[in-house]
Design a protein around this ligand. Sequence first.
Ligand code: SAM
Length: 278
Amino acid sequence: MGGAAMSFSPAWLALREPADRAARNKDVRAACASHFAKHETINICDLGAGTGASLRALANALPARQRWTLVDYNAENLAAARTALTAWADTTETNDGILILRHGARTIEVHTRRQDFAENPQCWSADTDLVTASALFDLASQEWIERFVARLAADETPLLSMLTANDVIVSNPAHALDRAVVAAFHAHQTRDKGFGPSAGSAAARLLEESLRNAGYTLAVGDSPWELSWSELLQTTLDGMAHAVGETNKVSAEDIARWRAHEREHLTVGHRDVFARFI
Ligand SMILES: C[S@@+](CC[C@H](N)C(=O)[O-])C[C@H]1O[C@@H](n2cnc3c(N)ncnc32)[C@H](O)[C@@H]1O
């Protein structure tokens, strides 16, 4: 759920990080790890890096010496990334603004770059081995996704995309208004998040189609949030209710009835994909 009604504050990203970590698809990550298994070093560019959660989730699966460039337009998130990565690492040195982290057997050089990539998706350098993104593509438009994939395919750069929303939202116990609320929520997800009309719940399918059409070979898998009795569950339901309220597709009374219904569990669907040329 990249583009819910929530803002992408460090607090929101911290709340979702454990659910994201549990959700990230292990087979897709293993396909990526196996592709780079013989590499001693790897140069990664993470688009929409937020507070660096993808680095923390992937570091142990990737080669021993890693260079990450975390790109985001939100300076507060990038500052929080440096703090969170310093806390996560066993040791940290700073050299000219670059963080050098040691984490277990990994040595990780971290560069942060503040950049808005809505106009020009290509923010990775020519020597990048892997582009990563998580919870990003559902914010982007179909046109941007196609432009991004065309740039990526031009130099055959592999992509690991995680946690792209799809259209699965299932609550337990169910409520009679679930169908209407979820439809209105999905409509809200298509609002412009800075890239033109968002792909929203169609993003995972559009990204996979676009990568296949560009000649990539894909490893794909589901990466749903499975939320039970948690703050994230309540915050997600609040976010959905707020978003649906903005659509005028469901009455305020019905939204209030839907929100008052107690849930034990909520599944929020996402997809992961590793795309490579060989
Ligand atoms: C849902 S958050 C995901 C953060 C991180 N990848 C994670 O999984 O925790 C989306 C991130 O993309 C960034 N973002 C959104 N639009 C952007 C743009 N046009 N240019 C650069 N960053 C952008 C936001 O600031 C935010 O940090």
